[in-house]
Ligand binder design. Structure first.
Ligand code: DHE
Length: 516
């Protein structure tokens, strides 16, 4: 099924595409075999602006000319003229003229089970299965499975291209789900050390969340504007929500989160002033969306629009909010306004905004973490455009401090057993610095520079909080293991552009210091 996109987008696409059919012909001859006739991916990734504009690294023309190291993407500098490469790159940056529908049938048809998969009856290794780390290596699209006590790689497997966001673990830590920006969801068995299969849940996706009982996996999509819910058992499609505001205007889904204390998924909508909550409890009470007017009783509840599993509730907010931080009880969330100038606190129980916070400079709330300071729970968030962290009291919703850093950062981490917060400096000339901050005094106690000139970012602790793992976020990068108390380097493991790393125990127990 082919759906025509809105005529304004089509006009833009035509304007952006260079005159003449040359890039189209070049694409058909040189690219389509791997990237798909419709640019939506094949053995290679989708070549659409929704994915391409989010790629960090060399410019598109550079990749076409020289290829991509450690992948099957060859260089075309000897085959194509410079002007042809430039025209092709420009054409690829224009939106698709036609977007195919991607509903339950297309998703189901994309399912690929691993024919060699055999489920082991017990872990096939001696390491503590609760203290494994998954290290996402975006340099060559692999994940390394790391023994979190000995710091040895016990398996390394290929992922779809451009994995984004944290993998999500089943509640018992056995299976893990990994998502790529092209919408592929991969299921991997950590006991058997083998891929179970993969399915394409969207054409351009944001992130995934797993339900409290581990049975359902939600996939947030930009393209199409849907939320796909898969069964974790066999990756079959359970539901595809067409996401639109109460007036029917479609909205992309910025992100989906699990709210374990509420037994639900919470959705950030990119284009609508609404937050959605979708029940993952089969006995969820009815949701009333409309109200009917009764002469005798005044306004009364209307018919429930949904109830039970996947009942959907809309929470109206004053403007679209994305990138959420949740308090540990999941009663409140902080969302960032689109202009990146303020944070809004939304109480999920009463379903409305209850406070506003001054958070200029694009707070990256998804990286926020919380801890107890003088008996009160505070949260801290980095800012993508300001060299500081903001620390907020989660009861009074007042800013209790700011911590100056050497540049804007992306990720924060801590652990219940550690007195420190680790904060990277992802952007700017000091991106090789990693601050270690005292949780009580809010002072930087040490700034590590393990690899001068290289980006160091993203930290994850082992399950006991004894070691902190830091990425040297470069193509010939590494994971550096630090003693979390002495801050001394313990071990360095070479890795291909390691981005995030995720500890099974910290994730399944919703550790305070880590992202969920
Ligand atoms: Fe991410 C997590 C959104 C750019 C690496 N990123 C997330 C999450 C969201 C998000 C909503 C939480 C999802 C989850 O884990 O379930 N990211 C966004 C953006 O909107 C933004 C700014 C623009 C975009 O490209 O979409 C963005 N992110 C990036 C990058 O450029 C990064 C650095 C490199 C990359 O791989 O694309 C990047 N994002 C990450 C990582 C996580 C992440 C490693 C998981 C962090 C964690 O510890 O859980």
């Amino acid at each position: 099924m082919i759906r025509r996109i809105a005529s304004t987008s089509l006009a833009l696409a035509l304007l952006a595409a260079p005159v003449g059919a040359e890039p189209t012909a070049l694409y058909a001859e040189h690219c389509a075999a791997c990237h798909g006739e419709g640019r939506l991916g094949g053995t290679g990734p989708a070549l659409i602006p929704e994915t391409l504009t989010r790629m960090r690294g060399p410019a598109l023309g550079e990749v076409i000319a020289r290829g991509r190291a450690a992948t099957q993407m060859p260089g075309f500098a000897d085959t194509l003229a410079e002007a042809e490469i430039a025209a092709l790159a420009e054409w690829l940056r224009a939106p698709l003229a036609e977007v195919p529908g991607w509903g339950p049938d297309e998703i189901a048809a994309s399912l690929m089970a691993n024919p060699d998969y055999r489920a082991a009856e017990a872990p096939v290794f001696t390491a503590d299965p609760m203290n494994l780390f998954l290290v996402v290596e975006t340099g060559d699209s692999h994940v390394s499975v790391l023994d979190g006590d000995r710091f040895e790689v016990i398996d390394r497997f290929e992922t779809p291209f451009a994995v984004h966001g944290g993998p999500k673990f089943a509640p018992d830590g056995r299976f893990v789900f990994i998502m790529s920006r092209d919408g592929w969801v991969q299921k991997y068995d950590l006991w058997s050390l083998a891929e179970v299969g993969r399915v394409r849940a969207g054409l351009n996706s944001r992130n995934i969340a797993i339900s409290k009982d581990g049975r359902h996996l939600a996939v947030a999509n930009y393209l199409p504007a849907t939320l796909t819910i898969l069964s974790t058992a066999d990756l079959s499609v359970e539901r595809v929500f067409q996401v639109a505001d109460k007036d029917g205007t479609p909205s992309r889904v910025s992100a989906v989160y699990q709210a374990p204390a509420r037994d639900s998924f919470i959705l950030a909508l990119k284009d609508a002033p609404e937050i959605w909550e979708i029940a993952t409890d089969p006995n969820a009470p009815p949701v009333y969306e409309g109200f009917v007017h009764s002469r005798e009783k005044g306004m009364v509840e209307g018919l429930p629009s949904s109830q039970g599993l996947f009942a959907r509730r809309r929470i109206a907010v004053s403007e679209p909010l994305d990138d959420f931080f949740f308090t540990p009880d999941y009663r409140n969330l902080i969302g960032a306004s689109r202009d990146g100038a303020r944070g809004v606190v939304v109480n999920l129980t009463v379903g409305r905004e209850i406070a506003e916070l001054p958070l200029p400079g694009m707070p990256h709330l998804g990286s926020g973490i919380s801890w107890l300071r003088d008996g009160r729970r505070v949260m801290a968030t980095p800012h993508l455009k300001e060299p500081r962290l903001s620390v907020i009291d989660t009861e009074s919703w007042k800013l209790v401090g700011t911590i100056e850093t050497l540049g804007p950062g992306f990720f924060l981490r801590s652990h219940e057993n550690s007195p420190y917060v680790w904060a990277d400096v992802f952007f700017g000339p000091n991106r090789d610095a990693m601050h270690v901050i005292d949780k009580q005094t809010l002072q930087v106690v040490r700034t590590l520079r393990p690899e001068p000139g290289a980006t160091v970012a993203h930290v994850e602790f082992d399950r006991h909080g004894r070691h902190a793992l830091v990425s040297v976020w470069e193509d010939d990068g590494a994971i550096i293991v630090y003693d979390a108390a002495t801050l001394e380097e313990v071990k360095r493991l070479p890795m291909r552009k390691p981005s995030g790393k995720y500890n099974v125990w910290n994730k399944i127990t919703f550790s305070d210091g880590t992202s969920h």
